[in-house]
Design a protein around this ligand. Structure first.
Ligand code: ZN
Length: 310
């Protein structure tokens, strides 16, 4: 975002602050008095709906089927953020949201990355990341580790309980149930990715660092942390070289990124391509849990994991 636009945006937020201060935190007419939760992109929308249930009104800032990293906000969305009871976001994923949230009262912003242990962005990832994320020193893709998302559910439950004490028990109960589901998923990943023939995953952008760290895999990302960063021929040659040495037989691609680079790479390495969903956008006809289970099956196939019963 240009400096000019950011100044204009800051001005708009400042003038909006005084007008809407009274409405913040207590819900408003548009949501039938329920707290309005603005979720920055899909997995945060999912977790907000799971934990908030019928007691909140959740709206997403990123349209389904669009890549969230390069989101630009409309003036209306900036106003919605300002009017919301709680903005659920991850600092470092979407510069436009980070900027809008910076003008919001901190008590009304929930940065999911602030409640879990983050992993540093590797030097390699940063070197290939042309579009930003340089404002945070960590990898922001925390939601692909179900155990970290379980922690987020618990903390979000506490925040909603504070914001809306009348429904505190319900928020805590749903947060606990969501965390249980996510911990079950974590256990399925753990057992499903044990004893596999391979452990190297070649991915499109570096979204799977937490997943890899959690389950003992090694991620080699063609692009950096941002899916739009075009890999250089040197980078492609490097990845092809490592992939061949590690006997990689599957190059992963993702639905919202052109498969062209992955296809070129697969041809070079003599591998096939398969989809691994970074779950940054709403999955087609499913939810976070079903998409994560599909990812587990894709990983088990690519990594030649032993068949398990049940
Ligand atoms: Zn990403």
């Amino acid at each position: 975002m240009s400096r000019m636009r950011s100044l204009v945006l800051t001005g708009a937020l400042l003038s909006a602050t005084t007008a809407t201060a009274a409405a913040c935190g207590s819900g408003n007419a548009a949501t039938g008095g329920k707290p309005a939760v603005m979720a920055a992109f899909y997995p945060l929308q999912w977790i907000s709906q799971q934990v908030g249930g019928p007691d909140v009104s959740v709206a997403g800032l990123t349209k389904p089927g669009t890549e969230p990293h390069d989101l630009e906000l409309t003036a209306r969305q900036v106003a919605d953020i300002q009017d919301s009871s709680l903005v659920v976001y991850i600092k470092g994923v979407q510069p436009a949201v980070d900027e809008a949230v910076a003008g919001h009262a901190s008590a009304k912003a929930f940065d999911a990355a602030s409640v879990v242990a983050t992993l540093p962005a590797t030097a390699e990832e940063e070197a290939h990341d042309e579009h930003g994320h340089d404002d945070v020193p960590y990898d922001p893709h925390i939601w692909l580790d179900p155990s970290r998302l379980a922690t987020v559910a618990g903390k979000l439950g506490e925040r909603l309980a504070e914001a809306d004490p009348a429904h505190a028990a319900a928020y805590r109960q749903r947060a606990a149930a969501t965390a249980t589901e996510l911990n079950k998923l974590d256990e399925a990943y753990r057992s499903g990715l044990t004893g596999c023939g391979k452990k190297t995953i070649v991915t499109s952008h570096a979204a799977f660092g937490y997943l890899a760290a959690r389950y003992g895999l090694e991620q080699i990302a063609v692009s950096g942390l941002d899916p739009d960063a075009e890999p250089s021929p040197t980078r492609l040659a490097q990845v092809a070289d490592v992939a061949k040495r590690q006997n990689v037989t599957t190059i992963f691609t993702e639905e919202l990124v052109s498969p062209k680079v992955a296809e070129i790479l697969a041809k070079e390495v003599g591998a096939q391509t398969a989809v691994l969903n970074p779950i940054e956008s709403a999955p087609d006809g499913g939810d976070y849990l079903s998409a994560a289970k599909q990812n587990l099956e894709a990983l088990r196939k690519a990594l030649e994991c032993p068949t398990t019963e049940g």
